[in-house]
Design a protein around this ligand. Structure first.
Ligand SMILES: [Zn+2]
Length: 525
């Protein structure tokens, strides 16, 4: 039996490995240059990868082996991962063709989208800049509306993607794609929803108080009544991050600093070298380039790269730290692990590290030691940073509640009036007043709804894990920034084990206790 299982694992690995590499490489190429040819190659590579994992015999065998008692935990975990990956990809040839064609079309539309205002074309960064800085309510409204134009272009295809994903999920006995995605990524839907409801309840009071402050501030900034504030007055396209909040102009602290130098210093302080990753990365924006940011590990052998569109502000410094967080996790996976386990324990586990690192840009010690805020400003900046860190936890949590609940509703019924559902959720969780009479698929302007489906819960869970890790590491090593012991803790306890264990067992073995939202919630009060 052991031999048979080992042969099955070896055979799967041997075939999956080059397909995964071809796919990640093609994705990288089309992200740095979204030409029709590059997008076409990505579509082909994705289809080949999906076709392999769709093989019904492999899924059946993995399902059968997974039910047997395999005493070797390393073998058992590999079988489980084959079963889960194959399960997520069970669909027939026609479905694969349909999905990859739709995704490719939508990917091209997002990559090449530029918002149009009076005949001018604005990149995402340019629109963000106006929304973050403008004090002209009319300009903010027009740019915000322009940022939603992409929604009209992709809404039909996203609904169709939801239908096709749902059909495949139902053939496997799941209620819909939302249910299938969670289950096959080892997240229990009922537990998740209960945890999110509790987060809603626990964050509601602090968030309402924060909103009162923000509304006052935005009202003064724009010179409009609090009652007249609308979503374009809150500093970004979706109100997923903290708007400028007063005394300290955060971005000005970063204006004359090179983000690459700052990030290198942060990671050096932890004994984690990122120079090789930076050398392979694509860091600055260009026409035709993906406007988001991500990390990719091309081959599970150390070819790790990040894509960024760096600007000298807090947001892009946070983003670079975030993507390099993913990168150091990948870099320090135990190279002796079998290929299937040479990957983070879960997406939420790698998000936890990325979030932990990104949030250092609002950490008092970091501001002093790495950014070098002058002593005369130190106290004011530290106080503002603490406020901002707390605010970002609250704002991001409420935004995650919108995204996760919206996706649950969209997959529950793709034919529903999604435009109305979206604004009802925004009003409930983000406490924003919808624009009067607006009828538009604003939900479709969010990239993740189309191309990173049922992913957002991982960010929120990542926040929870990140808070628990920070608490544990600080207790064990006396701090974090500039401490090699903290970097060593992460390497040994969190990175090296790879995917040997499922995410919740991994969190428990690293920190000594199961995931407990209280560490995160305490930071919100
Ligand atoms: Zn991330």
């Amino acid at each position: 039996m052991g031999n048979e299982i080992q042969r099955f694992i070896d055979d799967t690995t041997e075939q999956a490995r080059p397909l995964e590499k071809a796919y990640t490489l093609a994705e990288w190429e089309s992200a740095i240059n979204g030409t029709p040819e590059a997008l076409g190659r990505t579509q082909q590579a994705q289809a080949a990868y999906m076709r392999f994992w769709a093989e019904a015999d492999r899924y059946e065998a993995a399902r059968r082996y997974n039910q047997e008692t395999v005493s070797d935990p390393i073998l058992a975990r590999q079988i489980k991962l084959i079963y889960l990956t194959a399960g997520q990809n069970q669909q027939d040839e026609a479905t694969i063709d349909r999905l990859t064609a739709l995704e490719s079309e939508v990917r091209g539309l997002y990559t090449n989208f530029r918002g149009k205002v009076d005949g001018r074309e604005l990149s995402d960064n340019a629109m963000d800049e106006v929304l973050a800085k403008s004090a002209d309510p009319e300009e903010a409204r027009r740019v915000w509306e322009a940022s939603k134009q992409v929604g009209e272009q992709v809404a039909g295809q996203i609904r169709e993607l939801a239908r096709v994903r749902n059909e495949a999920a139902r053939r496997q006995g799941f209620r819909d794609h939302f249910h299938r995605s969670l289950t096959l990524s080892e997240i229990d839907e009922a537990q998740l929803l209960a945890m999110f409801e509790s987060l809603e309840a626990q964050s509601d009071g602090p968030f309402e108080r924060l909103m009162e402050t923000i509304r006052q501030q935005r009202s003064r900034h724009f010179g409009v009544d609090v009652a007249d504030l609308r979503p374009w007055h809150f500093g970004d396209r979706f109100f997923q991050q903290v708007p400028p909040m007063g005394e300290v102009d955060y971005d000005s602290l970063f204006a004359d600093k090179d983000p690459v130098v700052l990030a290198t210093a942060t990671y050096d302080g932890l004994g984690l070298d990122v120079r090789d990753v930076l050398a392979r990365s694509d860091l600055y924006s260009r026409p035709g380039k993906n406007q988001h940011a991500f990390m990719t590990h091309i081959d599970r052998e150390g070819d790790i790269r990040t894509l960024n569109n760096l600007e000298r502000n807090q947001r892009w410094n946070e983003t670079l730290h975030h993507e390099l967080g993913h990168a150091v996790y990948e870099k320090h996976l135990d190279q002796g692990l079998p290929w299937l386990l040479r990957t983070p324990a879960h997406i939420l586990s790698t998000e936890a590290i990325a979030i932990l690192m990104g949030r250092l840009t609002l950490n008092e010690e970091w501001l002093k030691l790495v950014l070098g805020v002058p002593a005369s400003q130190a106290a004011a900046v530290a106080a503002a940073a603490g406020e901002r860190r707390r605010a970002s936890g609250l704002i991001f949590t409420r935004w995650c509640l919108v995204m996760t609940n919206f996706e649950r509703r969209m997959y529950g019924d793709p034919e529903a009036d999604l435009d109305t559902i979206w604004w009802a959720l925004v009003e409930r969780y983000q406490k924003l007043r919808p624009p009067a009479g607006r009828r538009a698929p604003d939900w479709a302007a969010k990239y993740h709804v189309a191309l990173a489906p049922v992913y957002y819960q991982n960010y929120e869970l990542g926040h929870l894990v990140s808070a628990q890790l920070m608490n544990r590491i600080t207790r064990e090593t006396g701090g974090f920034v500039g401490r090699e012991a903290a970097g060593r803790w992460l390497k040994e306890r969190f990175f090296q084990p790879g995917a040997r264990q499922d995410w919740s067992a991994h969190v428990a073995s690293a920190t000594g206790e199961p995931l407990d939202p209280r560490y995160f919630v305490e930071g919100l009060a």
